[in-house]
Design a protein around this ligand. Sequence first.
Ligand SMILES: O=C(O)c1cc(C(=O)O)c2c(n1)C(=O)C(=O)c1cc(C(=O)O)[nH]c1-2
Length: 231
Amino acid sequence: MNAALDTAAAFEARLREQGTAYHIHHPFNRMLNEGRATPEQIRGWVANRYYYQISIPLKDAAILSNCPDRELRRQWIQRILDHDGHGEDEGGIEAWARLALAVGLSREELEDLRHVLPAVRFAVDAYVNFARRAPWQEAMCSSLTELFAPKIHKERLANWPQHYPWIEREGLYYFQKRLSEARRDVDQALRVTIDYFKGPDAEQKALSILKFKLDILWTMNDAMALAYGVR
Ligand SMILES: O=C(O)c1cc(C(=O)O)c2c(n1)C(=O)C(=O)c1cc(C(=O)O)[nH]c1-2
């Protein structure tokens, strides 16, 4: 029993070690969070990331469509509600739209996707397509970049108000909202991943899936750095 717990803890530690390749370390993200970005660069990032935001529920619906486990579906469906909203809750996509308005984009230019770069679109679509085709446990595992997301959201909440006082504070609500949601998401996805990927080969497979997802986020930043520059 203890050996099984040790193995699970060691596997989780290896997953967490992959955080060295998280986009928090990308020069474009570092520029944003260290206060060196121009309003145009911030607007470019927000408009491009919107494509990720609107694709997340499609990705999660694809996972649900492949998952025969009712109990897990009952938990996983919360992700779609978080982003699309339900009842009185406007949801994360609307919160992202508020961020866009706060940085000076119009709702029209956000929603018609005119600023979305081809490589960002390809990278995000690769994530959705992976979720459509892969076994649902692999697709759930690929969400584990969220292990590293609370730190990046916290950096934005801590640094953006001082570096970018021209952005209305309410615009940053999305990042606050994600702090607790991401922690809960990670608990679910970690449980599935630790249960499903047993043994060295399977663990290696999980690590390669996580790397694939890290690469998606990194590639989005590469594309934005090329289009909007890095200072
Ligand atoms: O701002 C970020 O850097 C960042 C990263 C990630 C991530 O690591 O995948 C997500 C989010 N934000 C996010 O807001 C979010 O809702 C989300 C869902 C997922 C996922 O893979 O299911 N990742 C992320």
